[in-house]
Design a protein around this ligand. Structure first.
Ligand code: NAD
Ligand code: MG
Length: 350
């Protein structure tokens, strides 16, 4: 069955005439949604903790900033862009008690609704607009007159207007310039977790570091190993992003291609492992484990962050990346990414 895809012509921003959208949180996604909607002519208020370092930053960008409760109380649409693990508590304490009758609730990831951590009453439309890209790209592309595609879903539609609001929101952040694909909260949540756990992060990150180990343990220079198992990945991914895997293959030598087809290290065992991860996502075990650890102050998460914060590749990474002149402008980002506390600074890079 072909996917349903919506574009700009399918959405009407007048849905927001005389209405107000509250953006709760001003991180990676929050700043992009707030600024893009504002620039599309939508009335926006940002909801933040009064102590948040983002308050001044959002004000500097000309946005109205209030507490989470106050912003919620005046909004017709409340988009929750907090880290997934904090959403339920903020919802219970500050959003739910202040939510206007019939106000729509929105998310950029289905996690909290799908796993039942947030349970809105039936009278509120509940929808999702999930950009398929980091917030800084969502903002950068909008400013350039383009957009990052989104997946969109409606979970509750008590009045029959939830899809109109969803598509107007997607248009407002510029996403329908690229396209919005219809999904469900279940499909988005499960596939998003699967992608990051098995390919994008749980796959690639460890594959590169493992390749680096094999070469350096065999006595090759780490600098050379870095180039061969990590650096060139970006170039290949860029080509694949432009024209698919075959374009990346086409650009490689026949020798490389022959190796690709005959020396596959990812095998049936990897597939079984992926299927196991998918089961843990589907039966809620992964979500439960993550959320219970977070509720206890995240001891396991913090220990893992520490354990994995020195990838073997990084013994030579900073030195080699300094050789790439085109990287200089993103040095500040790179420094931030080295620390896990870079959330605020992340929002300042546009
Ligand atoms: P983030 O960590 O960048 O930003 C979170 C914001 O929430 C920050 O402004 C932080 O100060 C604020 N915050 C944290 N705790 C708070 C609290 N208790 N009360 C009030 N404010 C608080 O988060 P993000 O990456 O933008 O993610 C937001 C949502 O978007 C999540 O649901 C995520 O799954 C989804 N999403 C993220 C991306 C991405 O690339 N970052 C892509 C698609 C969807
Ligand atoms: Mg994702």
């Amino acid at each position: 069955m072909a996917a349903t895809i919506w574009y700009e012509k399918d959405a009407d921003l007048s849905v927001f005439d005389g209405k107000k959208v509250a953006i709760i949180g001003y991180g990676s996604q929050g700043h992009a949604h707030a600024l893009n909607l504002r620039d599309s002519g939508v009335e926006v208020v940002v909801g933040l903790r009064p102590t948040s370092k983002s308050v001044e930053f959002a004000k500097e960008q000309g946005l109205e900033v209030k507490s989470v409760g106050e912003a919620t109380a005046e909004a017709d649409v409340v988009m929750i862009l907090l880290p997934d693990q904090y959403q339920a508590k903020v919802y219970k304490e500050e959003i739910e008690p202040n939510l206007k009758e019939g106000a729509a609730l929105a998310f950029a990831h289905g996690f909290n609704i799908h796993y039942g951590y947030i349970k809105p009453t039936e009278d509120h439309p509940v929808f999702m607009v999930a950009p398929k890209g980091p917030g800084h790209i969502v903002r950068r592309e909008y400013a350039a007159g383009r957009g990052v595609p989104v997946v969109v879903a409606v979970e509750q539609d008590p009045r029959g207007d939830a899809w109109d609001i969803t598509l107007a929101y997607a248009k407002g952040i510029g996403a329908l310039r690229a396209g919005g694909i219809k999904t469900t909260f279940t499909e988005e949540t499960e596939t998003d977790l699967f992608g990051e756990q098995t390919v994008l992060m749980g796959g690639i990150n460890h594959l590169c570091d493992l390749g680096f180990d094999v070469l350096t343990e065999a006595g090759y220079q780490p600098e050379i190993a870095y180039f061969e198992v990590f650096h060139e990945l970006k170039m290949l991914i860029d080509l694949a992003n432009e024209g698919g895997l075959n374009k990346a293959r086409w650009s490689c030598s026949d020798t490389a291609q022959y190796g690709d087809y005959t020396c596959i290290v990812i095998n049936e065992d990897t597939k079984k492992r992926m299927q196991y991860q998918l089961e843990r996502i589907q039966n809620g075990e992964f979500a439960k484990e993550f959320m219970e650890d977070q509720a206890n102050g995240a001891p396991k998460f913090k220990a893992l962050q520490e354990e994995y914060s020195h990838p073997h590749l990084e013994t030579v990474g900073p030195k080699l990346r300094a050789m790439f002149s085109w990287n200089n402008q993103v040095d500040a980002d790179a420094d931030m990414a080295q620390s896990f506390n870079g959330k605020i600074a992340r929002t300042q890079v546009q």
